[in-house]
Design a binder for this molecule. Structure first.
Ligand SMILES: C[S@@+](CC[C@H](N)C(=O)[O-])C[C@H]1O[C@@H](n2cnc3c(N)ncnc32)[C@H](O)[C@@H]1O
Length: 249
């Protein structure tokens, strides 16, 4: 059965022949992911929720043996086109993250960007992830974070109303601490990293829609986030973005 979320992403990637010019690594979170990956040459790596395929492309370019999955067929075709265009080998399949067992393979590393918070029931996924990792393998994910109560109140009451845009689908919810506990229970130790502090910058995205007319205010909000990033580590766990590293025991 196709869910509302699956239809939403199928529509987003419908222009499957248009290759994404997206750079990777670009953000601080991307760079942290790359840093945690280390040398990927020869490693079996799975990307979950590959979207436009640019992370899988980066991995293949650097010599990894890449498998990519997404429940959107259009996304899978985009990823395959991207690989073909760069004369690189990527295996890509339309598959729900809850069906990883169908790949019949264990990986050295499983990666994903803004995917974990889409997967439900997470209890089921956590066990699937564990079964897909080799002993000593790692899961490395760039994720959002539900720990900041102010962002959750804004998300529940403002997004999609009063002219404030809604970027995601109706079923997703920011990644929760209870889901981190499940990963610890089912897979192994979890490390959380905050290479960026994202809170006030959300005003730039949602209210100012990154319009350069508001550059002065946008710089001010970015400055506030940078201040917290540089001097107030106690607040880092409230950042909207985080990097989650899971070590399979
Ligand atoms: C926010 S997008 C991120 C895409 C890509 N990782 C990126 O950073 O551009 C989420 C992606 O996950 C896919 N997705 C969502 N839920 C999924 C599930 N249960 N199984 C497989 N893919 C899923 C969507 O089709 C979409 O491509």
């Amino acid at each position: 059965m196709t869910s509302q979320a699956q239809k939403f992403w199928e529509e987003k990637y419908k222009d499957k022949l248009k290759l994404s010019p997206k750079l990777f690594p670009e953000s601080s979170e991307d760079k942290m992911l790359v840093n945690l990956l280390g040398n990927v040459a020869g490693k079996e790596i799975l990307e979950i929720g590959c979207g436009n395929g640019y992370i899988s492309l980066y991995l293949a370019k650097n010599g990894a043996k890449v498998t990519a999955i997404d429940f959107s067929q259009n996304s899978v075709e985009k990823t395959l086109n991207l690989a073909k265009n760069h004369e690189l080998e990527i295996e890509a399949y339309q598959l729900n993250a809850l069906e990883l067992r169908k790949l019949n393979k264990k990986f050295d590393i499983v990666v994903g960007k803004f995917i974990l918070h889409h997967i439900e029931p997470f209890e089921e996924f956590s066990l699937c992830l564990s079964a897909s990792l080799k002993k000593g393998g790692r899961g490395i994910f760039i994720e959002n974070n539900s720990r900041n109560p102010i962002l959750i109140i804004a998300r529940n009451n403002l997004v999609g109303k009063f002219g404030i845009p809604k970027y995601g689908d109706d079923e997703e919810y920011p990644f929760e601490p209870r889901e981190i506990e499940l990963l610890k229970h089912d897979v192994g130790n979890v490390n959380l990293y905050y290479p960026n502090f994202v809170f006030f910058k959300k005003i730039n995205t949602y209210i100012f829609k990154n319009n350069q007319k508001f550059k002065l205010f946008m710089n001010m909000f970015k400055g506030l986030d940078d201040l917290i990033k540089n001097y107030l580590p106690i607040f880092h766990k409230y950042s909207y973005t985080q990097v989650v590293e899971i070590l399979k025991q």
